[in-house]
Design a protein around this ligand. Structure first.
Ligand SMILES: *Cc1c(COP(=O)(O)O)cnc(C)c1O
Length: 394
């Protein structure tokens, strides 16, 4: 049997390769940071990590993790409800709900699991989920696992959302679900308008703050802060794997009864291991740092504004962004590929995105800013953009 299957897999892999979509992993031999060392010993400036606050190699987080390793051990060897809940897990959940101004929070191994386990326990075939077309894969999968009626609207298109809400009026409960920041353009969901429509059509709202938590809003509380909606959104999901230290872990936070029911029924919570104590301890320390100072958010916002304004002055075409994601538009797929590889020769690690990851003819270089970047490093990146665009006559 395997012989036939092997041939089949080889064919599939070849077709991925010949479509130019084969993903090769670059080996990094240093910690995650603004400067990373790759396997051949070369050092490059990193502009493609989700390390927005520069916390991935933060010494306070590392020492909190090491301390917990001593006091609370390495692993839990249990799901939460059997014997896998330590004081640290409860403290982290309460730090998360404090941060977002919500009632309670529930931890998962990843936000992929949080999104995978949020819809099915809460909604049934009597209900409706109205979803942005560009939502993250984990939201799409989570919705698939739920029997609720599905409605879809084009990215951030409020006219279409309203039409879908009208169509969904026959269902019992309705939930609009959206990413906070969309990772390809860096645009923010128009949560003010979504909230207005939700009220008009008696609907609940869920926001995935994975790319926005720590980043968007004056103090990094995410799109709910940007639109002054703290505590008003029923469900927020997010990750500890991006701005918040970048290790692992996800969460759902929001209304008390929602979190209570997820603890009883959410399958990735019930049937998957607790997060390690050191991850919980580092998370607690991270939220403490967020409460004490806004320095990292301020620096990230300054870095992003600086990058965007200098690039625009140089004539680069940048998608409007309200996050730390900047899409430098090149439109042509081959050009984007070539551009990114020339950038790497200049010591700048950025990624080219092209169809089918983004719409055909919308190829771009995605740049992700971090609080860890110095002005000199950002200047180097901009200078490389200038040089490469001259070489390629863009
Ligand atoms: C990254 C991301 C996730 C997945 O988070 P993990 O914790 O890495 O599983 C989910 N949703 C969105 C919007 C994301 O950007």
């Amino acid at each position: 049997m395997y012989k036939k299957f092997q041939n089949h897999l080889t064919e599939v892999l070849n077709s991925i390769e010949s479509a130019g979509l084969y993903k090769n992993e670059r080996i990094i031999v240093s910690p995650q940071n603004a400067i990373i060392r790759v396997a051949d010993g070369k050092e490059v400036l990193n502009f493609c990590a989700n390390n927005y606050l520069g916390l991935s190699n933060n010494s306070e987080l590392k020492s909190a993790a090491m301390k917990a390793l001593e006091t609370h051990g390495f692993g839990m060897s249990s799901v939460r409800f059997i014997c896998g809940t330590q004081d640290l897990h409860k403290q982290l959940e309460s730090a998360i709900s404090n941060f977002f101004g919500t009632d309670d929070a529930i931890l998962y191994a990843a936000c992929f699991d949080a999104n995978g386990g949020v819809f099915e326990p809460l909604l049934t075939e009597e209900d409706a989920i109205i979803s942005d077309a560009l939502n993250h894969a984990s939201i799409i999968d989570g919705v698939r696992l739920c029997k609720a009626h599905r409605y879809r609207y084009s990215n951030a298109d409020m006219e279409e959302l309203e039409k879908q809400l009208q169509a969904a009026q026959q269902q019992r409960f309705r939930l609009i679900v959206t990413d906070g920041v969309f990772s390809m353009d860096g645009n923010v969901a128009p949560l003010d308008k979504i909230y207005e429509l939700a009220n008009k059509y008696d609907t609940m709202v869920m926001v995935d703050e994975s790319h926005s938590a720590g980043v968007v809003g004056e103090t990094g509380r995410g799109v709910t802060e940007l639109y002054d909606l703290k505590g008003k959104i029923e469900i927020i999901t997010g990750t500890l794997g991006k701005a918040f230290g970048g290790a692992i872990g996800g969460f759902t936070t929001g209304k008390k009864e929602i979190i209570d029911l997820l603890r009883q029924r959410s399958r990735p919570y019930l049937f998957s291991n607790s997060i390690p104590p050191m991850i919980a301890a580092a998370g607690i320390q991270m939220f403490k740092m967020m409460d004490e100072s806004n320095e990292l958010q301020d620096r990230l916002h300054q870095n992003t504004e600086y990058f965007v304004s200098r690039m625009k002055n140089l004539g680069f075409d940048i998608k409007p962004t309200q996050s730390a994601i900047c899409a430098v538009m090149l439109y042509d797929a081959k050009l984007a590929q070539k551009f990114a590889s020339k950038m790497l020769n200049e010591g700048i690690y950025v990624i080219g995105f092209y169809y089918p990851v983004v719409p055909d003819g919308q190829a771009r270089i995605r740049v992700q800013l971090s609080a860890a970047h110095t002005k000199e490093q950002i200047d180097k990146c901009i200078n490389a953009f200038e040089k490469v665009s001259k070489e390629l006559r863009v």
